[in-house]
Ligand binder design. Structure first.
Ligand code: NAG
Ligand code: NAG
Ligand code: NAG
Length: 216
């Protein structure tokens, strides 16, 4: 039986829908964010095209490593729209992750973007957990690439004896970065909620709140 083009499109439509980008499709070549103007419903207003320059499309923030002397011995430098206005409306962002030996980017999510990581140097135990609590994790090393699907909890731990560095890209200009532990214990949630969520006593809750207070 011959399948007409129309029938093919009807059958394949759900497949094409899967590749829809996170951010809205832009209706112009670019829209360098005018950060001086307020955010609109879905992004920043555009700088005038006549005022746009090559520099608007270049970001040098990843030249320097992130500061790894904090308690988790790892951190990220973000090239999100707020620091890299040329990304506005393009559904893209980038970040650099640096790790001292043993350093951890703790479990977190990007509610608005899928992530792809490329390990430039070192070895990371990286993984994510699905909404069904299925774990996908292993050690990835220099040259490896791994995906963390949008919104899922993921982390990267330096398991090598040297520093590690990775570059990540995300399919949103503003994917968001929400650390699980600090969201729970650094946000002033009523103690009773945390006692009943984690089955720990109030002393443990207070101790964890002290650890994460002021974190964001
Ligand atoms: C364009 O750039 C010029 C020079 O930097 C500045 O004076 C002017 O305010 C800008 N215009 C707009 C609409 O942003
Ligand atoms: C790096 O982080 C440490 C600890 O958080 C801080 O004391 C130090 O000032 C930071 N260094 C730089 C260069 O920002
Ligand atoms: C790290 O160093 C220890 C002790 O020197 C060694 O046993 C281990 O194999 C090293 N691990 C890696 C990943 O190089």
């Amino acid at each position: 039986m011959m399948i007409t083009l129309f029938q093919f499109l009807v059958i394949a439509a759900p497949i094409f829908q899967v590749i829809t980008a996170s951010d809205a499709d832009p209706l112009q070549d670019f829209c360098v964010a005018d950060l001086a103007k307020d955010l609109t419903l879905n992004g920043y207003p555009c700088k005038r095209a006549a005022n746009t320059t090559t520099e608007d499309f270049i970001f040098s923030g990843l030249r320097n490593s992130a500061n790894t002397s904090g308690p988790s011995r790892a951190d990220a430098v973000f090239g999100f729209v707020h620091s890299y206005p040329g990304l506005n409306s393009l559904g893209l962002s980038i970040a650099r992750l640096d790790f001292a030996p043993g350093g951890l980017i703790p479990p977190h999510t990007h509610p608005r973007g899928s992530e792809i990581i490329y390990v430039v140097e070192g070895s990371l135990y990286a993984g994510f957990v699905t909404t069904q609590n299925q774990l996908f994790a292993r050690v990835i090393s220099k040259g490896d690439v791994m995906i963390f699907p949008r919104g899922l909890i993921h982390w990267q731990l330096n398991v090598g004896n040297t520093t590690a560095m990775a570059i990540v890209t995300l399919d949103s200009q503003s994917p968001g970065f929400q650390l699980i532990a600090s969201s729970m214990f650094g946000s002033d949630i009523l103690d009773e909620v945390l006692v009943k969520t984690f089955f720990i006593d109030e002393n443990a809750v207070r101790q964890l709140k002290a650890t994460f207070s002021g974190s964001s």
